[in-house]
Structure formats: structure tokens, C-alpha cells
Design a protein around this ligand. Structure first.
Ligand SMILES: Nc1ccn([C@@H]2O[C@H](COP(=O)(O)O)[C@@H](O)[C@H]2O)c(=O)n1
Ligand SMILES: C[C@@]1(CO)OP(=O)(O)OP(=O)(O)OC[C@H]1O
Length: 159
């Protein structure tokens, strides 16, 4: 059995009045993440971890932000596609561990639903997806609530 690890990072700007989609779930907040897609920073970091593990470039390579097909796209669709790309090369996604960094709102109550949606899109069980959150202790652009950051690692395996 061969195993590999992957790492992903993403950041999006927060803008007043935008919907805030994290882990495929709409979070109630006065501002939300802004991007070409639905700007789901958590799912983007997971996509990059998966692609990185298999040495398959990054999310922008597969889904360019200049392509109208991805305008406003639900990022869970991109995640599903990344897992398919992985499986087409003989890899199986093992587990994912992710960290969200944002000052507010509290993410903890949304985590069970995020896990359900990510697990369903990625074809893994909820036990194999961990999501955690931290503030930035009021410091920097995260502390000023100008942006949101996510990190993710994953393991992939093949016989
Ligand atoms: N946006 C966030 C940030 C944090 N949490 C939860 O609160 C705990 C304490 O966070 P600190 O940054 O003050 O250490 C953290 O462990 C998370 O469980 C959250 O839900 N949403
Ligand atoms: C997801 C894509 C594609 O719509 O656009 P954005 O929502 O801007 O997100 P980013 O994290 O910059 O990744 C690039 C693109 O693949």
C-alpha cells in the first residue's frame, strides 16, 4: 500500500452583504466571502490538499477563475470533481483534517452539517473528515474581519 499526504491553503476576502458559504453550509453573518465561485474557502483548501497529495497541480489549474462555467459554482461540485480526478489515477481519499481561521461568527454549531456535506461530496465517511476553527486573537486581516483563511491536510492511498 502506498500512501501520500497533501496540504492546502486558501484565503478569501470578506464583503458586507455577501452570502457566507463554508463547508457547503450557509453561515448566518453580516458579511461573507467573495470570489469567482461561491468562495467556500474551506472546500477550496480541501480540494488543494487532495490535488497536492497526488501531485496534480491546484484548484485554479483545473477550474480557472477566468472560466464562466465556475462563476458562482457550488464548491462541493469542484470537490466531487477533484475526488474523481484522484480516483481516475487509482488513488483513494483516506481522511481530511482542516482548520478554519476567522474571527467571527462561531463556526462550531455548523461543523456537523459541514462534515455531512463534505463527506457526501468527497465519498468518505464523516468520521474521516475533521473540521476545526480558531480566531486570530483579533490580530491582522483575520482579526479585522477583512478575510477568512482555511488550511487542510489529507491522506490518499493506493494498492
Ligand atoms: N470562528 C470561530 C473561532 C473559534 N471557534 C471555537 O472557539 C474556540 C476558541 O477559539 P480561540 O481562537 O479563542 O482559541 C475554538 O477552539 C473553536 O472551538 C469557533 O467555533 N468559531
Ligand atoms: C474556485 C475558483 C474557480 O471559480 O475561483 P475562486 O472562487 O476565486 O477561488 P480561489 O480559491 O481563488 O480558487 C480559484 C478557482 O479555482
Amino acid at each position: 500500500m502506498k500512501i501520500k499526504v497533501g496540504f492546502g491553503f486558501d484565503v478569501h476576502q470578506l464583503k458586507e452583504g455577501h452570502p457566507f458559504i463554508l463547508g457547503g453550509v450557509q453561515v448566518q453573518h453580516h458579511s461573507g466571502a467573495f470570489g469567482h465561485s461561491d468562495a467556500d474557502v474551506l472546500v477550496h483548501a480541501i480540494c488543494d490538499a487532495i490535488l497536492g497529495a497526488a501531485n496534480l497541480e491546484d484548484i485554479g489549474h483545473h477550474f480557472p477563475n477566468t472560466d464562466a462555467r465556475w462563476k458562482g459554482v457550488n464548491s462541493l461540485i469542484l470537490l466531487q470533481e477533484c475526488v474523481k480526478i484522484l480516483q481516475d489515477r487509482g488513488w483513494i481519499l483516506g481522511n481530511v483534517d482542516a482548520m478554519l481561521c476567522l474571527e467571527t461568527p462561531k463556526i462550531k454549531p455548523y461543523i456537523p452539517q459541514m462534515k455531512q456535506r463534505i463527506a457526501a461530496a468527497a465519498g468518505i465517511t464523516e468520521e474521516d473528515i475533521s473540521i476545526k476553527a480558531t480566531t486570530n486573537e483579533t490580530m491582522g486581516f483575520i482579526g479585522r474581519q477583512e478575510g477568512v483563511v482555511a488550511y487542510a491536510v489529507c491522506l490518499i492511498e493506493r494498492r
